[in-house]
Design a protein around this ligand. Structure first.
Ligand SMILES: N[C@@H](CCC(=O)N[C@@H](CS)C(=O)NCC(=O)O)C(=O)O
Length: 264
């Protein structure tokens, strides 16, 4: 039995659900409300001391870190393969995915909180003191620091500016790859495409699709990705419409500031 501790809109959980669906696996889910702080409760901290979703339990083994989880699923359930055959091509996939852990994941948190989730957190918690208490309780020091910076300073935060620039660069690089092959690492859909799908989706939800309006190969890749069964079952079916409405509204307000950053 596979059990997944997850959240409907978490990018890392979306990635894992995309893989589970692509492999046609049955799984049982435990949904955590991240604004309420379910991930900071003692029972969950026993599963993932970092207080982060997703966490996967398979045959009584706990596996955390979404990129480790998808690699594990690909090895434990080989069909269809989501890594290429040649070692050099597998290395390329891993290099792309590593970039998420090297910074892009925190960049998307900076964008999401800086534009939209800050408003949700302030509303749910009711006071600045309660927001600070929530942030101070985030066990992961890197995420805690990002939240601390962007929740109060929003799109003016230096951390937000870095994140916009990093995604502009990433989209250009993926578009360059796609000039010569259909998917990021060749002519086969791999874990690299799946890993980036939730991040591009988050940008779209935050009304930042202008970042790729002139990047035709990138736009085409994203449209093809969205049509896959894995995307539909792993992402689209879980979209939380309250979150989408908030992200759209706040994303539209923030777009002029994003353009200002891109032109600076
Ligand atoms: N490196 C981790 C990152 C996981 C992560 O940051 N999860 C977020 C949701 S996408 C979370 O649980 N956040 C909890 C919080 O904001 O307190 C992974 O790839 O699994």
């Amino acid at each position: 039995m596979i059990k997944l501790y997850h959240n409907d809109m978490s990018t890392c959980a979306q990635k894992v659900r995309f893989v589970l669906a692509t492999k046609g696996l049955d799984w049982e889910g435990k949904l955590l409300d991240l604004r309420r702080g379910d991930q900071q409760q003692p029972d969950f901290l026993k599963i993932n001391p970092k207080g982060l979703v997703p966490a996967l339990v398979h045959n009584d083994h706990v596996i955390v870190e979404s990129n480790v989880i998808v690699d594990y699923l690909n090895e434990a359930f080989p069909e269809p393969p989501l890594l290429p055959d040649a070692p050099i091509d597998r290395a390329k996939v891993r290099w792309w995915i590593k970039r998420l852990d090297d910074g892009l994941h925190l960049d998307v948190a900076a964008l999401s909180f800086g534009i939209a989730f800050r408003h949700q957190l302030i509303k749910v918690k009711g006071s600045d003191e309660a927001v600070i208490e929530h942030i101070e309780a985030v066990p992961d020091p890197y995420l805690r620091e990002v939240e601390r910076q962007v929740v109060f300073e929003g799109t003016e935060s230096p951390r937000f500016i870095v994140a916009v620039k990093q995604f502009e660069k990433l989209i250009k690089e993926i578009d360059t790859e796609l000039q010569t092959h259909a998917w990021i690492c060749g002519d086969q859909l791999t874990l690299a495409d799946i890993a980036f799908a939730p991040y591009v989706t988050r940008l779209e939800h935050l009304n930042m699709q202008g970042l790729w309006q002139d990047r035709l190969k990138f736009s085409d890749w994203y449209q093809r990705l969205k049509k896959t069964e894995g995307y539909q079952a792993g992402l689209a079916e879980w979209f939380n419409h309250d979150f989408l409405a908030l992200m759209q509204e706040k994303g539209k307000e923030a777009w002029p500031r994003v353009v200002e950053i891109l032109n600076s």
